[in-house]
Design a protein around this ligand. Structure first.
Ligand code: AP5
Length: 217
């Protein structure tokens, strides 16, 4: 079992690679973005509270996301947890360390996915996902084989995120550089950080991540 964080700006490919690790290594993806979007769709009080914040591209409060992660950490861990989009602040990183210590678990690796900001606009504005199974596609780089039909589950329900537009992306990038990028130094100092080229072909990124995981086991 191995627990890892995928760290990188919006569009770096965290979700894409997390899904491959779920399939290939039976790991469990914990995406706070997905959890918050589910809360929004369910119409829960918390979901309604965070909807506008997410649409603007700002971070939701540390308390909310730490609470979401705390609930999941006691659940099924399979081959280990992949933290995707969490932690995003130093406070969240400290909370994760405490939660894991309480459960007798350890964080094995933090993988920084390095990308050029200019590439992110094209990635984000071309992205769509399957509304049923969450498979991630892209208009140019990874379209569905049959137009509008999910390759993985056959669903015809393709969705685009409300925050996948140029304005919200600008805010998401600012939030990343102000609040999340300090985690690169934080995990480097803890001896946990590895970096991979997130601009490489998807298979090459997967191979680089696998190499880190094999070295961390
Ligand atoms: P979240 O859902 O976490 O979004 P994000 O971090 O902005 O990341 P994305 O999901 O946009 O990108 P990704 O890196 O997963 O890229 P993907 O694989 O899809 O967060 C959304 C919001 O929720 C936040 O803004 C905030 O409001 C809130 N939130 C969430 N967590 C929070 C927290 N911890 N604290 C506070 N607030 C929080 O790839 C993108 C596209 O590129 C796809 O189309 C894909 O096909 C394509 N692609 C991927 N890899 C490659 C490749 N190697 N080559 C070519 N194309 C590729």
């Amino acid at each position: 079992m191995i627990n890892i964080i995928l760290l990188g700006p919006p569009g770096a490919g965290k979700g894409t690679q997390a899904k491959r690790l779920v399939e290939g290594r039976n790991m469990v993806q914990l995406s706070t973005g997905d959890m918050l979007r589910e809360a929004k769709t369910s119409g829960s009080e918390m979901g309604l509270k965070v909807a506008a914040v997410m649409e603007r591209g700002e971070l939701v409060t540390d308390e909310i996301v730490i609470g979401l992660i705390r609930e999941k950490l006691t659940g099924e861990a399979g081959g280990g947890f992949i933290f995707d989009g969490f932690p995003r602040t130093l406070k969240q990183a400290d909370a994760l360390a405490e939660l894991m210590a309480d459960l007798g678990q350890s964080l094995d690796a933090v993988i920084e996915m390095q990308v050029d900001d200019a590439a992110l606009v094209a990635r984000i504005t071309g992205r769509y996902t399957c509304g049923d199974c969450g498979a991630v596609y892209h208009d140019q780089t990874r379209p569905t084989k049959v137009d509008g039909v999910c390759d993985d589950c056959g669903s015809g329900k393709m969705v685009r995120r409300a925050d996948d537009n140029a304005d919200a992306l600008r805010t998401r990038l600012l939030e990343y550089y102000k609040k999340t990028s300090p985690l690169i130094g934080y995990y480097y100092a803890k001896g946990k950080l590895s970096s991979v080229d997130g601009l490489a072909e998807m298979d090459a990124v997967s191979a680089a991540i696998s190499k880190v995981l094999d070295g961390a086991q």
